[in-house]
Design a protein around this ligand. Structure first.
Ligand code: SF4
Length: 411
């Protein structure tokens, strides 16, 4: 038996290097014993491993490589051998990948599916804990799969700005908002210091964000977990994170704004910047409890132009609004509000599906196609930009009356 050791159960780089070596040396998959042997000191400077490098011409199609990367993060004990067999067969041309007759492929897909389900579950738990956090030090959640957690840790740090801790049987991670501290499992103290390279190189599983997946999401947690991976338009790239809607999951009143601003992008929550604080004040004056509402945006990433150290807000264009619309449609389907308030022209254009002039549409009940009633009003950021005090006071009063009207319509 040929014994090889991996640094951890999702050690993609180690597995790939040893498989190449085995194929180069004609060692059959059934002759290999895979062992997990973490280094004694995760942060030792000499922790850099010397992995074998075999000079073989081994080409793996991209779709198969991502299937393998996901399948390696499953918990199946035989995954290293099964995946080795697929790659070895591919190398000698005896598998049926091309004509679909490969017998290993269904098993590979099943392992990959298992890892995707565990990823969705981890993200759901994580976002739920972040949203309803009760602990001062941040949420502690327990995930079943160390493998999936290892692959997701960078994404989790982008999902929430707040500190968090996660424990699995084989891995513990503390995030203080700046640094990940990684430990070897439940109950063990987390190590301080830079991330060890043994945990790097694990391809993160991305959740699907196609129209059908969004339209069939069964819960807001699921939807939000998927939105974190959204690449449907270019706005994700320069932004820090997706800022998804928040609030009561059965709210009768939904507010839709334009997009997250600078502070929302950093905090990961909608309506927490200056316009959001003003919105809160006026909402309270109108006698509407914020926790009875659901608050979201038509576009979930912050669009900006860098100017020096500042990020200047840019309006989303029609393509970006269209790309983001399925997320809003799914939020509406799941929350089922009775009244939906469109804050500003971007929100109104997205919801009504046509160009909108605020002055023409404002302050009247508009029947929407899902049976709820829409109201168009200004965005609270408009109130902050009104230069003279009298006009600002008048506009603020008018905005408050629009909110009162929305609340009254619930009855
Ligand atoms: S703005 Fe919307 S569609 Fe574009 S990447 Fe972000 S979430 Fe996806």
């Amino acid at each position: 038996m040929h014994r090889v050791s991996l640094a951890h159960p999702a050690d993609f780089n180690g597995w790939r290097a040893y498989v190449r070596q085995c194929i180069a040396q004609d060692i059959a998959p059934d002759e290999v014993e895979w062992a997990i042997e973490p280094p004694a000191d995760l942060f030792a400077s000499q922790a850099k491993r010397a992995l074998p490098s075999a000079a073989i011409d081994l080409r793996i199609p991209r779709w198969l490589a991502s299937l393998i990367a996901a399948a390696l993060q499953s918990d199946a004990p035989d995954r290293f051998t099964a995946l080795h067999r697929v790659v070895a067969d591919l190398h000698v041309g005896t598998n049926g990948l091309d004509d679909g007759s490969d017998t290993q492929l269904p098993y590979l897909r099943a392992l990959s599916h298992q890892a995707h389900v565990a990823t969705q579950d981890l993200r759901n738990q994580f976002l739920h804990a972040i949203t309803f956090r009760t602990l001062d030090a941040g949420p502690v959640i327990t995930a079943d799969s160390s493998n999936v957690l290892a692959g997701q840790r960078h994404i989790l740090t982008q999902l929430a700005a707040e500190p968090w801790r996660i424990r699995t049987p084989g891995l513990s991670i503390d995030w203080d908002g700046r640094t990940c501290r990684i430990g070897n499992g439940a109950g063990e103290p987390c190590h301080a210091g830079p991330e060890n390279e043994y945990w790097n190189g694990i391809p993160a599983i991305m959740l699907p964000t196609d129209d059908e997946t969004i339209a069939h999401a069964a819960s807001l947690d699921e939807l939000r977990a998927k939105a974190a991976d959204c690449r449907r338009c270019p706005l994700w790239e320069p932004a820090t994170r997706t800022v998804f809607g928040e609030g009561s999951r059965s709210a009768r009143l939904m507010f839709v704004g334009e997009q997250p601003g600078d502070q929302e992008d950093l905090a990961g929550h909608p309506f927490v910047g200056p316009a959001g604080r003003l919105f809160d004040e006026i909402l309270a004056r109108a006698g509407i409890p914020r926790d009875a509402c659901y608050i979201t945006n038509a576009v979930k990433h912050f669009k900006f132009t860098p100017r020096g150290s500042r990020r200047i807000h840019q309006k989303p264009d029609a393509d970006e609004m269209r790309a983001c619309l399925p997320w809003l449609a799914a939020e509406r389907r799941l929350v089922k509000p009775q009244v939906l308030v469109m804050l500003g022209v971007t929100a109104a254009t997205s919801v009504l599906g046509r160009s909108v002039t605020i002055s023409r549409e404002r302050s009247r009940a508009i029947p929407l196609d899902d049976g709820c009633t829409g109201i168009v009003t200004v965005h609270p950021s408009f109130l902050l930009r009104v230069p003279d005090a009298d006009t600002r006071a008048r506009e603020t009063q008018r905005f408050e009356e629009d909110l009162r009207m929305a609340w009254r319509l619930l009855d």
